[in-house]
Each structure stands twice: as structure tokens, then as C-alpha cells.
Design a binder for this molecule. Structure first.
Ligand SMILES: [Zn+2]
Length: 481
């Protein structure tokens, strides 16, 4: 079924080839004409949200607000530079070591941890994301879909299966995964974009990269780095399976990047610190060797990324007092940098001193009261400290600011459960179930909540309204599949 779908689409893609070859020689050209393809934005958004809910239900998501926010910010920066029509982006980070990223209709962008572990600098990550954003903005996915009218979910279902399979195959690996299971590879091949779409995405992506202030050379560098690795190891990173590469394409993107001024940002401290955090989370105890890190520090005693790596290594080795000293050192260098504040709280949490973690985050919130990331960590620390009322205060404001974040609702469930607040528990549980696509469960939780809300008519009205949204979404999801 999937194979047939791809073959049909491929014929359609070929129809575009000749006109694009002409456009390709001109670096000034912007978006190719979408021609007769009408794109229904509402339908795209519904598909994207349905995909997101099923992804959350089927695959482990890396729920570290700091890493998530950094990537979200980078994606919005690129979307702004691309003058993208996607103004609502949903970023999902997967703890998967395979080098991959994907974009789905409606503005969903998935980023594997492997991409950040493999990319040496911020510009390389930005290059891949700019390329993905271009696939989205050019509606490559929708255009191929329309070749197969009515089977929109076929592609997304296969993508979900491929993500889940790849994630499972990389879970037990300590190193960076550069290959997939045969089954995952097969699905990925069926999902792959055509070479034409790849060239289009490269073309538009490199413009975006340049407009966002990055060095455009990063795109060619990263793609050829992946290619070299694939040849040496003999295994393809997922990204190359779904984004077919060729020598011709690599030569193309090198040539194209030479037509742009070879300047712009390559790296940032933000990226290097996020990368160290991710390494500590993904690799845990197998994190960097302390002796090697100390040696690096000899040449540059205030090198912040190395200091942060040392901090996480000490934390993972449960050497808490030394880890605290490094945290103090980092906060002396940059007192209000959120990476260091949260790392300091991480140490206290790992050392079972949750109340200390709450204090650190609370102090930071006094200076920066609107910071949602700090609020999220503060709430999690408060739950560990069993300070549920305090946690609920932070989570309640987050439930408005980040209403689509399952972690907010899951944390609220934990608090209300501990406080035995039946009505609120049911409402939070319903929101959580809804975000994971369990519509029946969400609806029945609200049904129960209504019984507990008797006589509170304003609240009853609110619950009914929410139930209606859940029911409507359930109906739409039936039509999608
Ligand atoms: Zn691509």
C-alpha cells in the first residue's frame, strides 16, 4: 500500500523536475510556484496536531524544558528569517541517537538528540532545521499527498511507525547511532522525499540560513559530513534515508553556498551549553572522562562548556560537593545564566535536597518572574519536595501559557492526586489524556468531573465547553484516518 503510494507520487514529482532545473541555476529565485495545489491550512493543522498526539502516545519524548526551549527559539528564528507562514510551531525532541529531523504539516518539527550530538556547531543544526522548514513551507508533504487524495494519514502513519522503530533500535546503544534496523530503514525509504524536493529544500534552506545570520557553508559541511560517515561505516543515518543524497546534490549545495558571502555566525555559547546538557542526559554515567576534561581546562580555565561538562560528570558520579563548587564557579562567571541556575538545581535534586533546588529556582524567579522554563523546573522541584500547593501555583500559570504541554498536566495530576482533589484531578487528567490522543478517556474523565461540580454553574459550563472540544477533535481524528 505504502509502496504504491510512493510510486504514484514519484511520477508527480518528476513532472516538476524540468521547470525546477531552470530555477535552480538562479540563486535569487525564491519559492517555486505552488501552481494548482491548493493547501487547506485548517486541514494541515488538524493533521499535524493528530500526528503530534499519536507521537506522544507511541514514542518517548525528551522532556527537558531547557533543551526544548533552545530548539524552539532556534526554529522560530529560522521561521522568521524564512518569512514562513508557519507561525505556530510545535517542537518535539526525541531521545533518539539516530541523526534525524522531520517536519510534518501544520508546523510540527521533530528533532532527534542524535542531530545535536553529531553537529559540531549551531550553524549545522540550523542548516538541517532550515532544510526541514523549507519542506514544510514548500508543502512538499501536502503536494505528494494530493497525488493520493484521501490517503493523507498513510504517510503520517508510516512516519510514526518509523520514528517508533528507530527510537527502539537506538535505546540501548551507548554511542551515536548511525544505522537503523532493517525494518525502520525500509519504512524510511518509503517515506523519502524525491531528489527534486531535496534540491528545492536545500535551495530555500540555504537562503533561510543566510537570512538568519548563519554561515551558509554549514549546510554543505554537515551534509557531506553525514555522507562521509555513511560511506565509512556503511550505514545510513535516518536523515539520509528520508532525504536522499547524491554526489550531485552535495556538489550543488557546495556550489550554492559559495555564491553567498562566506560569513555569518557558526556557533554560540548557548548551543555548546545545551549540547553538554543533552550529552549528560542521554549518556548519563558514561559521560566524559573527568581527567580528559580537566586537561582541556588547563589551557582555558574559564571555558564554560567544559566546566559544565565537569559539573554533569561529577553529578552523575554522585560527587555532589565538588559539583556544587563548579556550579558556584559558573554562576560567578555568569550569575543569571539559566543553564547554570538549572544545573545547580539539578545537583540538589540528584542529592535528594529538593528543598534547596526549590530555593535556587525561586530566587531566580524573583529576578525573572515570567520565565516559563524556570517555572517548570521550580514546579518539578516543588513536587519532589512534596510542596504541592507551591507547585500548583507555578503549574496553574503554566497551564495557560503552555496549555499544549503534556508535562504541565501530568505534573498537575501528580499534585492533585497527592492532595486528593478529585475534581481538579479529573480535569487535569482529561487534558493530559487529550494531548495523548486518548479522547474517550478524556471525555469520560470530564463526565465524572461534571458530577463533582454540581451547583457550580460557571465551572460546569467550562467543563462542558472543553468536553465539546474533545468530542469535535475525536470526530475529526476519525475522518483523518
Ligand atoms: Zn529533505
Amino acid at each position: 500500500m505504502i509502496r504504491q503510494f510512493c510510486q504514484t507520487s514519484f511520477i508527480l514529482w518528476n513532472l516538476f523536475a524540468s521547470s525546477l532545473l531552470i530555477a535552480d541555476t538562479n540563486t535569487e529565485s525564491v519559492l517555486p510556484d505552488l501552481g494548482a495545489f491548493s493547501v487547506n491550512k485548517q486541514q494541515e493543522d488538524q493533521l499535524g496536531q493528530q500526528f503530534l498526539r499519536e507521537l506522544r502516545a507511541s514514542t518517548a519524548i525528551l522532556s527537558d524544558p531547557l533543551i526544548h526551549d533552545y530548539l524552539e527559539n532556534l526554529c522560530y528564528r529560522l521561521a522568521f528569517a524564512a518569512q514562513s507562514k508557519h507561525t505556530n510551531l510545535d517542537i518535539v525532541v526525541l531521545p533518539d541517537r539516530n541523526i534525524n529531523a522531520f517536519a510534518v504539516a501544520g508546523g510540527v518539527i521533530g528533532i532527534n538528540a542524535g542531530l545535536l550530538l553529531y553537529a559540531d556547531n549551531e550553524a549545522e543544526v540550523a542548516a538541517v532545521l532550515a532544510h526541514e522548514l523549507a519542506h514544510l513551507d514548500l508543502h512538499h508533504y501536502t503536494r505528494s499527498q494530493q497525488a493520493q487524495a484521501g490517503d493523507q494519514w498513510l504517510y503520517l502513519g508510516a512516519l510514526l511507525a518509523s520514528i517508533a522503530l528507530a527510537a527502539n533500535s537506538s535505546n540501548n546503544d551507548a554511542g551515536l547511532a548511525v544505522g537503523l534496523s532493517a525494518q525502520a530503514a525500509l519504512i524510511d525509504k518509503q517515506l523519502s522525499y524525491s531528489r527534486l524536493h531535496e534540491r528545492e529544500a536545500d535551495h530555500v534552506g540555504i537562503q533561510t540560513l543566510t537570512n538568519a545570520g548563519f554561515n551558509p557553508q554549514a549546510m554543505a559541511d554537515f551534509f557531506s559530513k553525514m555522507d562521509r560517515q555513511a560511506r565509512q561505516v556503511g550505514l545510513m543515518p535516518s536523515f539520509l534515508l528520508t532525504h536522499p543524497s547524491s554526489q550531485e546534490r552535495n556538489a550543488d549545495s557546495t556550489l550554492r553556498s559559495q555564491q553567498y558571502p562566506n560569513k555569518g555566525k557558526v556557533d554560540s555559547l548557548d548551543y555548546q551549553l545545551i549540547r553538554r546538557r543533552l550529552l549528560a542526559i542521554i549518556d548519563g554515567r558514561q559521560a566524559d572522562n573527568l581527567a580528559v576534561l580537566q586537561q582541556k581546562l588547563n589551557n582555558n580555565p574559564k571555558h564554560e562548556p567544559t566546566l559544565l561538562s565537569i559539573l554533569f560528570t561529577l553529578l552523575n558520579n554522585e560527587q555532589f560537593s565538588q559539583a556544587r563548587q563548579v556550579a558556584t564557579q559558573l554562576r560567578t562567571i555568569s550569575p543569571q545564566r539559566i543553564d547554570y541556575i538549572i544545573a545547580q538545581a539539578d545537583i540538589e535534586l540528584a542529592n535528594q535536597q529538593a528543598q534547596n533546588a526549590v530555593k535556587i529556582l525561586e530566587d531566580a524567579l524573583l529576578i525573572n518572574p515570567q520565565n516559563q522554563t524556570l517555572k517548570m523546573y521550580a514546579a518539578k522541584a516543588a513536587i519532589k519536595a512534596q510542596a504541592y500547593t507551591q507547585a500548583i501555583q507555578w503549574l496553574s500559570s503554566l497551564s495557560y501559557e503552555r496549555a499544549n504541554d503534556p508535562e504541565v498536566w501530568q505534573s498537575l495530576v501528580e499534585c492533585y492526586q497527592a492532595q486528593k482533589e478529585g475534581l481538579q484531578l479529573l480535569r487535569a487528567r482529561a487534558e493530559f489524556a487529550f494531548l495523548l490522543g486518548s479522547y474517550d478517556k478524556a471525555i469520560s474523565d470530564l463526565e465524572q468531573a461534571k458530577k463533582l461540580a454540581t451547583n457550580n454553574y460557571p465551572l460546569l459550563a467550562k467543563i462542558k465547553q472543553r468536553q465539546l472540544v474533545f468530542e469535535q477533535t475525536k470526530e475529526v481524528s476519525k475522518k483523518i484516518k
